[in-house]
Write a protein that binds this ligand. Sequence first.
Ligand code: GDP
Length: 747
Amino acid sequence: MSDDLIALAGNPNSGKTSLFNAITGARQHVANYPGVTVERKEGYYAYNGYNLHIVDLPGTYSLTAYSPEELVAREVLTTERPRVVINIVDASNLDRNLYLTLQLFELGIPVIIALNMMDVAEGRGMEIDAAELSRKLNVPVVPTVARVGRGKEELLAVAARIAKEGAGSSAPPQIPYGPDIDPVLAEMEAKISSAGLFTDLYPARWTALKYLEADEEIVVKGRAAAPELSAELEKMVEKVAEHLRKTLDSYPEGIIADYRYGFISGLLKSGVLKQKHEADRLYLSDRIDRVLTHRLAGPAIMALIIYGLYYFAFTGSDAPVRWLQGGFAALGRLIESSLGPGLLRSLLVRGIIDGVGGILAFIPIIIFIFLGIAFLEDSGYLARAAFMLDRVFRTFGLHGNSFMAYIVGGGIAGGCGVPGVMATRTLRSSNERLATMLTIGYMNCGAKLPVYALLIGAFFAKDKAQMMMLLTLISWSMAFLVARVLRSTVLRGPNTPFLLELPPYRLPTVRGLVIHTWERAWLYVRKAGTVLLAVSILFWALMNFPRLPASKKAAFDAQRRALTTELAGGANPTSASATPAQNNRIKSPPAQQAGNPAGSLEKINAAEAREALRYSVAGRLGIALEHITRYCGFDWRTNVALVGGVAGKEIVVSVLSTAYSMGRTGHQKDTPLGAVLAADPAWNPLVAFTMILFTMLYVPCVVSVVCLAKEAGSWRWALFSVVFNTTVAFTVAVLVYQVGRLLGIGI
Ligand code: GDP
């Protein structure tokens, strides 16, 4: 017969004493904990030949270090390590009582919930689904009425079983603490566990949380045990605290509490608690939720909100985008007029200004969308959207927590796959996590936006917001479809239950919105100034070398000479020996005007530029790829752009800008790329749409593939993603293009 310690924990007045007496009867004794006037009650109970040693912890609402009761409770739990904690919960007051439950989960000791006061709850017209609560929390839940001893036997049976066997596979959920806390928490947890700080006593995540909550006892102990690590952790906490103060006017402990209550609120609303009678008072958040998360109205409102966001972003950014495009064109002209022709000028104008400027011009759209997302996130609406989509996610083998990862990755256009992949850390099941990571690439990240903006602006200008809405729907449908396929094949396995957090609604602060928007926009600008700049230069070089061989160049020179001779004695001042670049500077009417010498000269120059591009490394690659890509309507220049897009999808725009500017003649050079594409015979709405779909679906950018490999812990999945996504993209592109052509749509 073994002697196993079982602890009773619960809020004051939850019925702990009643339950303890009902179990132990007279076999109990009371003493004080050393040094404090807190009673320690212990008792014994023999169950099925199994001797249970039960300790009744002082009643507490929390496990912080604010009162002697809390400190004692936590001391017993961590140093005496009970085999099981029976958590007595007042069923008539679930939202408040479960707060302690979540903290018990974080201590890593197996928990059983005694759902006490069931009679009171029923009397108040509450219908509590204990089985559902158990399923959602993944711990045993036993309904009890402690005053009359109802449920006692079953509770003890479960406690004895777990004390004997351990909690087995049942693991309570990990509570997510939102985009600000979670990454820091994960980092701190990793540091604590690799240094082994208190890991014999508490789980590393718990210690990290205590640092974030500025728990005096733990921080003081930490400083003594590991001064350096402790200083490092405190610095991390300080940084996130400062950030939260600035953006949300809150502090880590407050946010952590909000998320815990949000978690509970979501849990209770997802079928655990039904109120038969109307509650006396509905809180404001609840009242808003009645409308925004309504079964039918909710999704319709969500669609409207997202549509509104796109509309607002596209109309609001229309003028600033044009100003920026004009500004970059003027800058290009300035450099052209002040620098002599040659490689340097070509690099600056064609490579850098056309390349990076082509991307930066779309910054206003990105800022508007980021602003909208920051508003939805800060106000608490995104959590509601996850709540509504929960069922859908589960149908496709994903998890409710996948939602936030999708949103971060660009679920509403304008995120980034890298933090998106990292956001999947909140998923516990590795199959669900992988399925999410592998489909995040389908979301419309900020890098795809310039490509969409360019092509939508050029070919679907009348229906910008509708097009974005359609693309969002296609993204999500593809992600769901592919996730379902993966989860039924290579990633088969059971679904884990989803817990929803519904933090209270807040009115976002202007400062918070500005900071959140600025942080994201700045990341984007920085990327343009570094990676994109480097890749633009690389692609400019690939498009310029090797140069045309002397013989071909001579042929064009001869054509130019012939033209000038023909004009000999004519009024045109153009020099025959001028290089194409020099000639480009000459203001001239459109080339189509037959017989116009400058126009003809430009035609020759443009033909030479095109020939040179075809002759370059990039051109040859693009031409070689035409054998395959012609089935989806892409010509060699699009191919080069798409190859460049592997480095970052914005590069597609940058390479197209450079490629088309190299073949453009003087009067066209100030025309925005969109207008050039719209006028090009190789392009039409069908090609543009196919190109958008291909950009959306093909291999995620290099950085996110690397991140995926790291997070998945294997290059196999990264490689899988590269091959699989490109195959899917190609298949979809060919289908859309061929069917579109067959039906004569958009050609
Ligand atoms: P403690 O503060 O957690 O130890 O709670 P107690 O055991 O002292 O219970 C507080 C009050 O609730 C007492 O008046 C109990 O009789 C009553 N109580 C305890 N459990 C139940 C129950 O399941 N149903 C009802 N109706 N009352 C209960």
